[in-house]
Design a protein around this ligand. Structure first.
Ligand code: ZN
Length: 158
């Protein structure tokens, strides 16, 4: 992995600071032009209109400037569309460790995923309920565990 890629892969998500953009699958590629040394980063936005993307772009440029690439370009690719299935296993583990329920896998046959599959990140109980569609950020919903009564954030499946 190149130094440029390493720097970009370490950029954390501004809304969920326990995971990197690499963990989330937002980071598609980091390419270095061998002739000019110019770095081109390709990212795919998560939730449409998520204001975090502007912060992420700025953070990527800052991270690359710190390793000697002040003229990096950040490109946004919308196709194929990002989904929560792109979150890596390492990313899911980091979310759970931070008390955030990772998104459940979305079935691609159009069937709405069983929300009962959202497990409490603290005690693991499947006895959970949604309190609000919007948690601390638009990308998360607020849930509560019926077993331990703790509220928790759940990254919405998409
Ligand atoms: Zn619980």
């Amino acid at each position: 992995m190149s130094r440029a890629r390493q720097a970009v892969a370490a950029v954390v998500d501004p809304e969920i600071r326990v995971v990197t953009i690499d963990d989330l699958g937002i980071l598609r590629s980091v390419q270095e032009d061998p002739a000019t040394g110019r770095v081109v980063v390709t990212i795919t936005p998560t939730y449409t209109g998520c204001p975090a993307m502007d912060v992420i772009r700025a953070d990527i440029r800052r991270a690359l400037a710190a390793v000697g690439h002040p003229d990096a370009e950040v490109r946004t690719v919308h196709s194929p569309a990002w989904s929560t299935d792109w979150i890596s296993d390492a990313g899911r583990a980091k979310l759970a460790a931070a008390g955030i329920a990772p998104p459940v896998p979305v079935r691609r046959d159009g069937v709405v995923p069983l929300t009962l599959a959202v497990r409490c990140p603290r005690c693991g109980s499947p006895e959970t309920e949604q309190l609000s569609r919007f948690g601390s950020t638009a990308c998360k919903a607020l849930w509560r565990c019926r077993s331990c009564a703790e509220p928790f954030d759940h990254v919405k499946a998409l």
